[in-house]
Design a protein around this ligand. Structure first.
Ligand SMILES: [Zn+2]
Length: 325
């Protein structure tokens, strides 16, 4: 499924998008940089499906194969790193299925599939693996991302905040690589106009915890306040609220494609049951680079990551721009 460049070809409904013919790319182009297969679906699945469905070009760059993940499918338990060490390869297929569910056709692994290995949780010996993403040379890794930026010329890039949303080394590194990639792109005059970081508004988190205390299936048992969690952003600092509730089924299907990682009875699906489309379909972001566009509500939240960005014809001719490099 993956060619030598690391790109996965997936089937989707609707007209095919020819990735290499950059002049055929749509006016709006969104690039997401994620650490492991499944992060794209859990964190930004509704946003990806929303933009894919509305005609934007959505490019996903995944930095590792997620080799160190737990395996929740008993029949596949021996694929784990300590035994056959085949989980990463298996997850290429899961990710392809997830992308198909999201309607995303352009997916690559940073530097090609297998270039960087899942570093495992912070402090584990796996952090020291020679191919661990945590050990990656920042400029080399960002150089791989720059190649994608040159080709796709995204106006909007999405990644994690400096703490990688919750502190996983590969998420922190994905943040660093993405931001360094933006710097390198800026030096060539092709930086995305906006960079967003995934976020969870404090009000949403508080409401979630409150609901959970009343439920028998509480994954945050023992947590009394959102202050105890490594994420949660003051509402005033949120820049964009993307309502992809019409895509909540696509997001759930994408999550279910990652069956080794997310058990069928996962609390994530319990949340979905409790919150319905709000959990599965609405995603939030802070704006790290660029100017906030027009928004709504008390904090002026944008409802579109492309808000305020005028489609730029020059952006649509990266082949011409590429001639100067
Ligand atoms: Zn992850």
């Amino acid at each position: 499924m993956a060619d030598l460049s690391g790109r996965i070809t997936v089937e989707r409904a609707g007209p095919p998008v020819r990735v290499t013919g950059v002049t055929t790319l749509p006016d709006r182009r969104l690039l997401l940089v994620h650490a492991h297969p499944d992060d794209e679906s859990i964190g930004t699945g509704a946003t990806m499906a929303h933009y894919a469905a509305t005609g934007a070009h959505v490019t996903l760059v995944t930095c590792t194969l997620g080799e160190e993940g737990e395996i929740h499918v008993p029949a596949l338990a021996q694929l784990c790193a300590a035994e056959a060490d085949q989980l990463g390869g298996y997850r290429i297929g899961e990710l392809a299925d997830a992308c198909a569910a999201l309607g995303v056709t352009d997916h690559r692994f940073l530097g090609g599939a297998g270039r960087y290995r899942d570093s495992g949780m912070m402090g584990m010996a796996t952090n020291e693996h020679p191919r661990a993403f945590w050990q990656a040379d920042l400029d080399v890794a960002a150089g791989h991302l720059l190649e994608v930026i040159r080709e796709v010329r995204p106006q909007v890039l999405v990644t994690y905040d400096p703490n990688g949303f919750y502190g996983h080394p590969d998420h922190i590194q994905a943040h660093r690589v993405a931001m360094r990639g933006v710097e390198l792109a800026a030096a060539e005059g092709i930086a995305p106009a906006k960079v967003y970081w995934t976020a969870m508004p404090r009000s949403v988190l508080d409401a979630g915890l409150e609901t959970f205390t009343e439920s028998s299936d509480n994954p945050f048992a023992g947590i009394e306040s959102a202050d105890e969690l490594p994420f949660g952003t003051p509402d005033a600092e949120i820049a964009a609220r993307i309502d992809g509730t019409e895509q909540h089924a696509a997001k759930e299907a994408a999550m279910r494609a990652h069956a080794t990682q997310i058990p069928a009875n996962s609390w994530l699906y319990s949340i979905a049951g409790n919150f319905g489309g709000e959990f599965m379909g609405v995603e939030y972001f802070t704006l790290a680079v660029g100017e906030k566009g027009p928004g709504h509500g008390p904090y002026g939240w944008e409802d579109d990551l492309f808000a305020g960005i005028a489609p730029d014809a020059a952006d649509r001719s990266p082949v011409a721009a590429a001639g100067v490099r």
